[in-house]
Write a protein that binds this ligand. Structure first.
Ligand code: HEC
Length: 316
């Protein structure tokens, strides 16, 4: 597949479908979190050495130069890996499910790319300045700017995986009253562990129906029934399709979200699908966000009420 398709297409849900190149690209993405701290440390070290060089001269400038070289090379690698990781999390830019996450992804992606470019340009200028015995002002300024940018980009990256821990901690520090009521209304689906309760006035018509109509009926409605499964009327929606028949697991078991094929599939991720549980919807950038998944969980656990005779209509 062409390169741009690799970058922008979400990871496929079926291992068998992915080409070797694609799986290699996914591996590169998986290594982004492991690699990305290295250039951050290197550029911060470079900046620190520069501050010391300013006061003490001596060999600190050489150390800064060395750290800058390392930072430039490793940031380039980490940035490329970041582009490989984004589609795997459904972070394909404008398609991410919630706007707060979209903005952070955008900032992190382009901030990180800009940082890598800035570091490489600065490194080239530093090499040239040393060879031709020019002044060092430009590359020093570039290094300090890059260190500041690294702090920002790192913070955005951290918010994607951990939620805004820093912002929350700071607001708690300044206002202890808010400690017990920190809002996570817009935390990205990936922020594991933070589960917001469904809204108080919660019901099939207001909360569940719109999700199914918007995200599921295009493949499980009157027009198409993927896996022989239809989700627009109560009886077939509860019964399940071909997978359900082979596993003996109904799609919706009132009161038991964890025994329900539908819940297992909407809450599955790329990492934990097996022969019976594929993440739904299949495309990573169309998955439900955490709040929607929690709403469906609560609805099933509360007995999965479905008004008699109600037939859903696709709203795509
Ligand atoms: C783009 C098409 C598509 C969309 C959208 C989609 N699905 Fe699926 N669904 C499939 C396919 C394909 C399968 C068969 C599993 C496989 O082989 O990947 C499936 C299977 C299922 C099954 C298993 C049924 C069975 O017992 O065989 C459930 C449950 C399910 N989907 C629920 C959902 C829900 C809930 C949504 C919306 C949140 C959804 N799907 C959105 C394509 C889709």
């Amino acid at each position: 597949m062409p390169f741009h398709a690799l970058v922008f297409t979400p990871a496929t849900t079926h291992v068998g479908e992915a080409s070797f190149l694609q799986r290699l690209w996914e591996l590169a993405g998986a290594l982004h979190p492991a690699t990305v701290h290295f250039p951050i440390a290197a550029v911060v070290m470079a900046a620190l050495a520069l501050l010391l060089a300013w006061k003490y001269k001596g060999s600190f400038e050489d150390i800064a130069f060395f750290c800058l070289m390392i930072a430039a090379m490793s940031s380039l690698v980490a940035a490329v890996m970041g582009w490989a990781l984004a589609p795997q999390h459904g972070y394909s830019g404008v398609f991410a499910t919630n706007t707060h996450t979209q903005v952070i992804v955008l900032l992190h992606r382009w901030g990180g790319s800009l940082l890598a470019i800035l570091l490489v340009v600065t490194a080239v200028l530093a090499i040239r300045a040393r060879r031709q015995k020019l002044g060092s002002r430009v590359w020093k300024a570039g290094t300090l700017t890059a260190a500041a940018l690294a702090a920002l980009v790192g913070h955005w990256g951290g918010s994607l995986t951990h939620g805004d821990l820093l912002g929350d901690a700071v607001s708690r520090l300044l206002d202890p009253e808010s400690a017990s009521s920190v809002e996570h209304a817009d935390t990205p689906p990936e922020s594991a562990g933070i589960v917001e309760p469904p809204p108080a006035s919660f019901g099939f018509d207001s909360d569940i129906r719109p999700i199914l109509e918007r995200s599921c009926l295009s493949c499980h409605g009157p027009a198409k029934q993927k896996s022989g499964y239809r989700l627009d009327a109560k009886a077939p929606a509860f019964a399940g399709g071909e997978i359900g028949q082979s596993t003996g697991r109904a799609a919706i078991v009132p009161g038991e979200s964890h025994a329900s094929q539908l819940f297992l599939m909407i809450s599955a991720t790329e990492d934990d699908f097996d022969a019976e549980v594929y993440p739904m919807p299949p495309k990573a950038d169309q998955r439900l966000d955490r709040q929607q998944i929690e709403a469906i969980r609560s609805w099933i656990d509360a007995g999965a009420a479905w008004p008699e005779g109600l037939v859903l209509e696709s709203s795509e």
